[in-house]
Design a protein around this ligand. Structure first.
Ligand SMILES: *Cc1c(COP(=O)(O)O)cnc(C)c1O
Length: 337
């Protein structure tokens, strides 16, 4: 099969192998290599009925030197363990997680897009309760699967801004709920809002804190940051997912001589930012053109003519350069296959 690397989107493309590992009788088994995309699952698995599930998303990049680099898989392994605490699932040991990721990338290395394409191999680990329960209890059996699929560059026509919206009729998570864990249920909870935002011409919706509706939380799958006075400001909240991209950008911002603040960000403060962005693995940074407060009928404008601001631009290119191996990895973020 020939893949048109230049025109890849963010869809599922079949690759050769996936890796699986089962948890049973209190322990994890061996890693298994599978070539089918399907699995045999008990009809009463807790994942299906009670949402015992979490996932991760990370990427592998082909460098100019032909080497394949995986970005921050250790951080993803730890975050998946955290999601297990929130859902009472068995934790995947960090070594098992890392070994599975390395193995799946190696076995599917022909799907890692070439350097020039700007595309990457998306890695999707998923963990779920596979054992039968009908009462509401954690499963006694779990399945951990890692598969990969090549994905195109997020910005087809180059690094660009898009508009976002705030709508108070939707929350993605409760104040003391599951927002801080990477679980599928949060995504199901964001679909209606996401579709509404798309229909209105926005990239996505920014949620406010569900309790007071005063502070910016994040959007469906990306954290928020604002830039002003040489400072990188990102929300502190009980209900946002700790983005690994965001934590990387904070470190890079500091190294570029900026101040970094993690604190509540009141909606009105949006008016004071020179630049703003959404950040996550998919796009690294999705720079924000404007945020419309749909209920208050206010527009906060950060960019005109689709051009990202200088700080977003610098941070974006810096992080991408580390991922592709164009710049030295001084933080131990990259694992070379
Ligand atoms: C995955 C995710 C992010 C981004 O996290 P990264 O580790 O940077 O990819 C942000 N918000 C939510 C809700 C997410 O699920």
């Amino acid at each position: 099969m020939e893949i048109d690397w230049e025109n890849l989107g963010f869809g599922y493309i079949k690759t050769d192998f996936n890796i699986r590992c089962n948890y049973k009788n209190g322990s994890w088994g061996e890693l298994e290599v599978h070539d089918t995309e399907y699995l045999n699952l008990h009809i009463s698995a807790t994942a299906l009925h009670y949402g015992q599930e979490s996932f991760e998303g990370l990427k592998a990049f082909k460098g100019k030197d032909g080497k394949t680099r995986i970005f921050r898989m250790h951080a993803n392994a730890l975050r998946m363990q955290d999601s297990s605490k929130g859902t009472m699932m068995a934790q995947v040991p960090v070594e098992v997680f890392e070994e599975a990721v390395l193995k799946v990338v190696k076995l599917n290395e022909r799907f890692v897009p070439p350097y020039e394409s700007g595309a990457a191999l998306y890695i999707r680990p998923v963990l779920f309760g596979s054992g039968p329960q009908i009462g509401v209890k954690p499963s006694e059996e779990y399945m951990f699967i890692v598969f990969v699929t090549p994905v195109g560059p997020y910005f087809k026509g180059g690094f660009q801004t898009t508009p976002f919206v705030i709508m108070r009729e939707f929350d993605r998570s409760a104040p003391l709920g599951m927002g801080k864990f990477k679980v599928g249920g949060n995504y199901a909870a964001s679909l209606v809002a996401g579709q509404r935002a798309h229909e209105l011409g926005y990239s996505n919706i920014f949620y406010l804190d569900a309790k007071e509706k005063k502070y910016i939380d994040e959007c469906g799958a990306a954290n928020f940051f604002g830039i002003k006075n040489n400072t990188y400001i990102t929300p502190k909240s009980q209900s946002i997912l700790p983005s690994i991209t965001n934590s990387s950008l904070m470190i890079l911002a500091q190294e570029l001589g900026m101040k970094v603040e993690t604190r509540h960000v009141p909606v009105e403060e949006l008016a004071t930012f020179a630049e703003a962005g959404a950040c996550g693995t998919a796009a690294v940074i999705s720079p924000i053109e404007r945020i419309d407060d749909y209920d208050e009928n206010i527009s906060y404008i950060f960019a005109k003519d689709g051009k990202p601001g200088p700080v977003c631009d610098k941070l974006y290119h810096k992080l991408r350069a580390i991922q592709y191996g164009d710049e030295a990895d001084t933080h131990g973020w990259v694992t070379i296959l």
